[in-house]
Design a protein around this ligand. Sequence first.
Ligand code: CAO
Length: 453
Amino acid sequence: MAEIKQVMVPDIGGYKDVSIIEVMVKVGDTVKAEDNLVTLETDKAAMEVPSPYAGVIKEMKVKVGDKVSQGSLILLLESSDAAGVPQNSQPAVQPAPAPATAPVAAPVAVAPAVVQTSQPAAAGAPVKDTPPAPRPSGGLGAAPLLHSDPSAGKAHASPAIRRFARELGVQVAQVKGSGEKGRVTKDDVQLFVKAALAQPRGATGGNGLQVLAMPVVDFAKFGAIETRPLSRIKKISGANLHRNWVTIPHITQFDEADITEMDAFRKELGVEYAKQNIKITPLAFMVKAVVVALQQFPEFNASLDASGENLVFKQYFHIGVAVDTPDGLMVPVLRDVDKKGIVQIAKELGEISARAREKKITAAEMQGGCFTISSLGGIGGTAFTPIINAPELAILGVSKAIIKPMHQDDTFVARLMLPLSLSYDHRVIDGAAAARFIVFLSQVLADTRRLAL
Ligand code: CAO
């Protein structure tokens, strides 16, 4: 049978004339037992008064700003739960685990005092026939902490608002309060979320990048257009390139290697191995020379671990080679290059680049690289700034070798000069180390006997 019940302020640890800072319900609302009804606040803490019964709110007896003490009538409720909650029982408020350092003014939950009337709802006005029974709450100091929000002690917001904010993933401390004494209101949290959603894609707060949104341009306004989707490879590699470009501090060091002798030797080998269908390009020498340089400078054959605080030095020498395919860039990896000769490397390079162009490279074949070479030498250009293939620490860009006049022994001589562009992760590699690396690499390429060292 429905009954009208009076819900009163419970034992609040002896505090008197405590402000009501929030009223969560209104007449006509249906509440469940333990739904919060009002929030009270002293100068030390905020506390919520949960409903002891399920039912419908019939009359509000308080409003925001009212001062109440233990026993003050909060509201009348038509209970749909005849059994209700025993007067002195602890409400089933589940306190969240307390933060390691509990904020001084952390909100607490208290049980309401309830007066149950014996009058049926139809009989009209409720009758207060028993005094409010104080619940065995430990009062403000002993009550459990309700929230683990680390901002709880700083921002001025009721527990309900904190919970609302938490549900939306908002830290109350970040929200500017527009309420009394700078209190954060529900509207403030909603405005905060709206503002966050309105930020451009890719923009983040805190330590992230704050970038302008890309302009949305109607290209068709300026002429005929055709829209084609990016290839799957470009979508995947694009995301990786973007991450690497914006998260790694790149520096690119340039040099030129005199490969006159090397190229003469390469041509000799080329004639010899053409019968076996092995094409020997300058790249095979570069792959080998890079490994010799990596052995000399182990820092370049390393990666940062996930913590970013340790360098992982690799004892193996797997070299990635960027291959231009009709669908986009792929980087298959040649394994254990230190154990292979130029001809073997050239053979594998031919095979792996052909398979990449036929889309026959597996994901496993593109993993485990220590260092990448990107060669545009077969196409042209004088230099470029390759993007590091993280978690590797450096990448070598190779451009087209051309014959140049070089000054030697008081005269100019024609030499075949190979442009090199070494991009490196400046968090790990110093400029001097990079210069030493590229100079050493140039020396190895200039004197192929060094490949055997
Ligand atoms: N200088 C001058 N000539 C060069 C050269 C260089 N640095 N590198 C290659 N060549 C010559 C070769 O000797 C070959 O000459 P011939 O046809 O007369 O024999 C010609 O250029 C074509 O070489 P290639 O490109 O077929 O072979 P490669 O071994 O040099 O490169 C591969 C193989 C797969 C790396 C290459 O084909 C490729 O895809 N390159 C593009 C990589 C890329 O897109 N990088 C950019 C990534 S963005 O960072």
